[in-house]
Design a protein around this ligand. Structure first.
Ligand SMILES: [Zn+2]
Length: 271
């Protein structure tokens, strides 16, 4: 394999699953946004970008192919790897992309297009992307059970709050299960980011595996849930009074989240 070193187009042979007709799909296996900012625009705003239209039966087929997205200016990479059996590391990055010093890059791995664009938006912010995952999990967790059922969890995501895409001004987007697919947008305030940073950053710093650099990690909703559950059950090595204070801090964080996101006093509840 020759190292790509930048944006790289590929053509994939496609056999239509509906009519068995042959065709090909032009896409990319690497997008370098500094060189091709127009591809960032398309990736973020064109949901049809990864659909193949069969020229014979006109079926629309989603193409799930791996693609590495790199933002050199902000020093991050997000590798879309749809195959759930595949993991990526720096060695594979060097083989694929070329030799270089990537130690300072935030490297993330995602499994779907939706997750990909969400992660890019989070990483364009000046805050740690994982704080958004905590806030995302925390806000959904605050909903009552009957409210949770009204929303479609896979469509729940972090997005730019406004069309002008100001960094650090992101929002939580909820989509209802109703016919209209009504969406609700709740801005994530700077205050909430600062509070979350103060609470979670020191906890993450204690765990070397969470340095967030140099390895392609997957930090998503499920990950945030796992960490918060661990913190609540104080399984992070704390003892005695430390346990109680850690729990108190997390409970206070949930309460702050309810106020900041929903503008309401919502008590965290047990599932
Ligand atoms: Zn077809």
């Amino acid at each position: 394999m020759t190292a790509k070193g930048g944006t790289h187009a590929v053509e994939i042979a496609i056999t239509c699953p509906k009519c068995q007709g042959e065709g090909s799909f032009k896409t990319w296996d690497c997008i370098d946004t500094d060189k091709n900012p127009e591809l960032r625009e398309r990736l973020l705003h064109d949901p049809m970008l990864f659909f193949y239209f069969c020229p014979k039966c006109f079926s629309r087929i989603r193409i799930d192919a791996p693609c590495l997205y790199i933002d050199r200016g902000r020093e991050f990479m997000v590798w879309l790897v749809p195959d759930t059996n595949m993991e990526m590391n720096l060695g594979e990055l060097r083989d694929f992309f070329g030799a270089g010093d990537y130690e300072n890059y935030c490297c993330r791995m995602v499994r779907s297009w939706g997750e990909w664009r969400e992660k890019i938006i989070e990483l364009e912010s000046s805050y740690d992307d994982r704080l958004y995952e905590f806030i995302k999990y925390g806000a959904f967790h605050l909903l009552k059970e009957e409210e949770k059922k009204q929303f479609y969890l896979p469509a729940y995501h972090v997005e730019y709050a406004e069309d002008n895409e100001k960094n650090d001004e992101l929002a939580l987007i909820f989509m209802k299960n109703d016919e209209d697919k009504s969406t609700y947008s709740y801005p994530i305030s700077k205050n909430m980011l600062e509070i979350s940073n103060d609470i979670f950053q020191p906890l993450m710093e204690r765990i070397p595996e969470l340095s967030g650099k140099g390895a392609f990690q997957r930090y998503d909703y499920d990950w945030a849930q796992m960490v918060i559950d661990h913190l609540l059950s104080a399984a992070m090595g704390a003892s005695g009074n430390d346990k109680d204070s850690l729990k108190k801090i997390i409970v206070l964080w949930f309460q702050g989240l309810g106020k900041e996101i929903f503008g309401a006093d919502i008590e965290p509840h047990k599932d």
